[in-house]
Design a protein around this ligand. Structure first.
Ligand SMILES: [Zn+2]
Length: 264
């Protein structure tokens, strides 16, 4: 299907559901970047996986690779402007967290590097990362960039007021993930989704692979299959195939989602 036809369908649709995947993660750019990959391994080995999204954002800043994604997200926001839309992201990237569209229409169920929580998962400890935290993280990442895990251990972002355990970043890589960070957005999303029934719905899936498939890929397919007036457009460099049931009401495009958006 041609790009013009896809955009025409999107513009005509009453509602637009968007899924963002790992092609929006900094990691997507830097699979071969030695410093990024070495740091990621050190974080995994040392049990500090909760730092992975923030480490990706830091490396993207170092490599100045984040800009292309930021611009692609600007294009997406332009495409959605004035539409009744919702965006669900399995990407944990800071660029998505700063989505230039309506923040009330975005949910990131896997979290990101912008909020912190208690390492033990105590309730009510969610709070935004402060400037002081950012400085601490930057100092830690500067050493990690040089190839060694800092001798002081994982960075300390203050302690939980309830149990005294350290605060860590609020994302799916935390040992005990505090899901209350995204649940208000998730509730807005499910309510919005109920309103798509019998409406002309355009489902745009951008760069979503098979990690966490129950968040975007499978439910999006289901929505497109059960809604008579839905159309699903799946843009993905490798995993662009559609299930049989969607062959007449969907299209799969073998292209990197960032490149596709950048060319709009
Ligand atoms: Zn606690």
């Amino acid at each position: 299907m041609e790009r013009e036809e896809i955009l025409g369908r999107l513009k005509q649709a009453e509602m637009v559901l968007v899924g963002l995947g790992r092609e929006f993660d900094p990691a997507g750019d830097m699979g071969g970047d030695a410093a990024f990959a070495a740091g990621r391994e050190l974080l995994q080995e040392s049990g500090a996986r909760w730092l992975l999204p923030a480490w990706g954002d830091y490396c993207a800043g170092q490599a100045r690779a984040g800009n292309k994604k930021g611009m692609a997200l600007e294009k997406l926001a332009g495409l959605l402007s004035g539409k009744n839309y919702f965006v669900v992201s399995v990407s944990t990237s800071g660029a998505v967290a700063s989505f230039p569209g309506d923040g009330n229409r975005l949910v990131m169920p896997c979290g990101n590097g912008k909020m912190k929580q208690c390492a033990g998962g105590c309730e009510g400890q969610l709070r935004p990362v402060t400037e002081e935290d950012s400085c601490i993280l930057d100092g830690f990442f500067r050493e990690l960039w040089l190839g060694h895990f800092p001798s002081g251990g994982a960075p300390e972002l203050r302690k939980c007021e309830v149990c005294g355990k350290p605060l860590i970043l609020n994302n799916v890589y935390a040992d005990v993930y505090d899901e209350s960070g995204y649940l208000p957005g998730w509730r807005r999303y499910t309510k919005w989704l109920q309103g798509t029934l019998n409406r002309e719905l355009f489902v745009l899936e951008l760069g979503v692979d098979l990690e966490f498939p129950s968040v975007v890929r499978w439910p999006f397919e289901k929505v497109a299959i059960y809604n008579r007036k839905a159309f699903l457009c799946r843009i993905n460099e490798k995993l662009y195939q559609l299930p049989e049931e969607l062959s007449s009401k969907g299209c799969g495009i073998s292209k990197n989602a960032i490149d596709w958006l950048s060319q709009l």
